[in-house]
Ligand binder design. Structure first.
Ligand code: SF4
Length: 446
């Protein structure tokens, strides 16, 4: 039984009142604060907020603006903290709502602490990476102990991590199902592969599942949100929506309910690689099994044949998923499946996901004013107005400047055949506000 002096979690607090941080997030979103507090209390929205970090509030969930996460982080082959901080800066500039540090190379503690210090957005991590990597430096990933795993989680929590991916649904049962399945790509999640290998090697239950109550206690104590990882997500279209994926999702649904009962915020991670016609069903299944928990999708990538362009395959899938009700998009860069991304890859990947999120927002009646302002600026041939409405004004300005039109008012695409100008001038003439413009223009407009 809980004692009266145990601190209330943000989720529990929301059931009683509107905490300041929730109110600030609601004002940012343009939604009523009491409604957002009710959604958080019910687990239909999350607000990752570790008081040690105290990030800018970003609420994720039903009826809210679709959020975008950007992964950064070192690898064993390339560990340059300055470059990772530069990636975070670029991601924030282009509209990221959260940053995940997925570092696996270099001094992981100091990299994470520096990122938490420098980044004011919610920070997520996958602590099993650190537990696995540090064990691998001594022996092999499968020698990782429960203490290694929970020790990493506690360290991240104490450092101020706001949300953590925990692959609680990779269980003996789902791994057994996987071993009997006809999957092509087996396991493509790094954390999922650590746990699958661990379960196969030891024949024991995933410690994140068998000690889930302990994990919830830690999340309560340090106020971090759980991002229930999909360690068995499909890694190709042919594996999408198969039995291991759905078995894992059922376990995650159970984990969501237990988290809610413990006053711990939880969201659910989703696939992966999914053909377009299965995406809406995947979202509906998650929302049903996980009782409306926020859905955090990793892409999904809608085709497997575009390495080098997976920011596009991911953005197509993200837009469809968000339109169907997904709440949080994990960006994908052009380097996906190929290498650790560069700063430029992060920029391009962030913009692709932000476009997907915004396109879905418009279908929810959110953010349309900006599209309307752009349309009006286009009609007025107001180039400064168009740049001001752009997601990337510098790029828009540079693209216009590289092929200047002969006539400054239009652009070099149609030049003196500018459709907007021609019809505008003719309409003006018809309304008697101007001389017939055709009289003083060349043949082209006749
Ligand atoms: S010249 Fe063509 S592309 Fe350019 S603003 Fe006019 S109508 Fe649009």
């Amino acid at each position: 039984m809980r004692h009266w002096f145990v601190r209330m979690t943000l989720m529990e607090d929301c059931a009683k009142r509107v905490p300041k941080i929730v109110s600030a997030a609601a004002i940012n979103e343009g939604v009523p604060p009491d409604r957002l507090a009710r959604q958080i209390a019910a687990g239909r929205a999350v607000l990752p907020f570790n008081p040690v970090h105290s990030p800018e509030p970003r609420a994720i969930g039903e009826g809210l603006r679709v959020k975008v996460n950007v992964n950064i982080g070192t690898s064993n082959d390339h560990a340059d903290l300055k470059e990772e901080l530069q990636k975070a800066k670029v991601a924030i500039k282009f509209g990221a709502d959260a940053i995940m540090d997925l570092s696996t190379g270099g001094d992981l503690d100091s990299i994470r602490r520096r990122i938490i210090k420098e980044v004011r957005l919610p920070i997520g991590t996958v602590p099993i990476y650190q537990a696995g990597m540090e064990t691998a430096r001594r022996s092999a990933v499968v020698d990782m102990t429960e203490d290694d795993l929970f020790g990493a989680i506690e360290k991240h929590a104490r450092d101020g991590v706001d949300f953590m991916t925990v692959h609680c649904g990779v269980t003996k049962e789902s791994v057994e199902l996987l071993s009997r399945s006809k999957r092509i790509t087996d396991v493509v999640s790094r954390g999922g592969s650590f746990l699958t290998a661990w379960i196969l090697h030891h024949g024991e239950e995933n410690p994140l599942y068998s000690n889930y109550d302990y994990l919830l206690e830690m999340a309560r104590e340090h106020e971090f949100a759980l991002s229930l990882g999909d360690g068995l997500r499909p890694g190709c279209l042919a594996d999408a929506t198969d039995a291991p994926q759905l078995r894992e999702l059922m376990t995650l649904g159970e984990c969501v309910e237990r988290a809610r009962a413990a006053g711990v915020q939880a969201m659910v991670e989703g696939p992966g690689h999914v053909p377009m016609h299965q995406i809406a069903a995947n979202v509906a299944i998650e929302k049903s099994i996980c009782k409306g928990a926020p859905f955090y999708v990793l892409g999904p990538l809608v085709t497997d044949i575009a390495p080098g362009y997976d920011h596009i395959t991911g953005a197509i899938g993200g837009a469809i998923a968000a339109m169907a009700g997904a709440d949080f998009l994990c960006y994908v860069t052009p380097a996906e499946h190929l290498s650790l991304p560069t700063v430029e890859d992060v920029k391009v990947g962030t913009i692709a996901s932000v476009i997907a999120a915004h396109a879905a927002d418009v279908t929810r009646g959110i953010g349309f004013e900006r599209d309307l302002a752009m349309a009006k600026a286009r009609k007025a041939l107001d180039w400064e107005g168009q740049f001001a409405c752009s997601l990337d004004p510098e790029n828009a300005r540079a693209v216009r400047a590289r092929r200047r039109p002969a006539e400054d008012e239009v652009c070099s695409m149609c030049g003196d055949l500018c459709a907007i100008k021609m019809v505008r001038d003719e309409l003006k003439a018809k309304r008697g506000n101007a001389k017939r413009p055709g009289e003083k223009r060349g043949k082209a407009n006749r």
